[in-house]
Design a binder for this molecule. Structure first.
Ligand code: 13P
Length: 235
């Protein structure tokens, strides 16, 4: 399988002009890469304005209904129609800031799979959960609840994102990420990627030493050269 590098731009940048510039620079920095699938997940409002033949597009979230009286929501079908093949679901920022529950995430995953989107399903433990030795139990619970009722997880990619390693330049050490990966591989047979303070220095180790199938990149995906380096080092 090709390695996967997914850019999660989160709520950045703040203008379409900047989004187009960033996208163009990433296209340039990643254009000669082989054996790696590059996916960009911008804010949904920019999706229709960003297209390139070498880049796949993804949403950062979606609703669970196809259409109707749901003010503010974007349905999986709309993402599909806007050119997306991926959608990130269950991100810890949405769980924490927007109170997304496992039940809500489960409904979203089912709806996204139903229209043929590949789901990047994020799971991870908080620092308190880790310190009290609950990491494996928490991950197993999230996995089970998020995929409840889904018999065939084909179309789901698991993103292991330890919450304490996100956005702070303090990535999970390779050895412990490998142990967690091995635990997850016993639970589910689907690609598993790592996210949390990934940069061009540590990226390769998560693939070659830990054995992940790809990376989910936040802050570094807003820096085209750095993101390009991440893609190149693992390709
Ligand atoms: P950072 O790479 O900024 O730590 O973000 C990781 C993340 O949350 C990707 O979804």
């Amino acid at each position: 399988m090709n390695k996967l590098v997914i850019a999660n731009w989160k709520c950045n940048p703040t203008t379409l002009k900047e989004a187009k510039k960033l996208f163009k620079s990433i296209v340039k920095e990643t254009k000669d890469t082989k054996n790696t699938e590059v996916v960009i997940c911008p804010p949904a409002i920019y999706l229709l304005s960003l297209k390139d033949k070498n880049i796949k597009m993804g949403g950062q979230d979606c609703f669970w209904e196809e259409r109707g009286a749901y003010t503010g929501e974007i349905s999986p079908k709309m993402l599909k129609d806007a050119g997306c093949s991926y959608v990130i679901l269950g991100h810890s920022e949405r769980r924490k800031i927007l109170d997304e529950t496992d039940e809500v995430i489960n409904k979203k995953i089912k709806a996204a799979l139903a229209v043929g989107l590949t789901v990047v399903f994020c799971i991870g433990e908080t620092v308190a959960e880790r310190m009290t030795g609950q990491t494996e139990q928490i991950l197993e619970n999230k996995l089970r609840a998020g995929l409840n009722g889904i018999i065939n997880p084909q179309g789901v990619i698991i993103a292991y994102e330890p919450v304490w390693a996100i956005g702070n330049g303090n990535p999970c050490d390779i050895g412990s990420s490998r142990e967690t990966l091995e635990f997850l591989r016993e639970k589910i047979n689907t690609p598993i990627i790592y996210g949390g303070s990934v940069d061009s220095q540590c990226a390769i180790s998560y693939i070659n030493e830990a054995g992940f199938d790809g990376l989910l990149v936040g802050a570094a995906s807003l820096l085209p050269e750095e993101f390009g380096m991440i893609v190149k080092t693992i390709s």
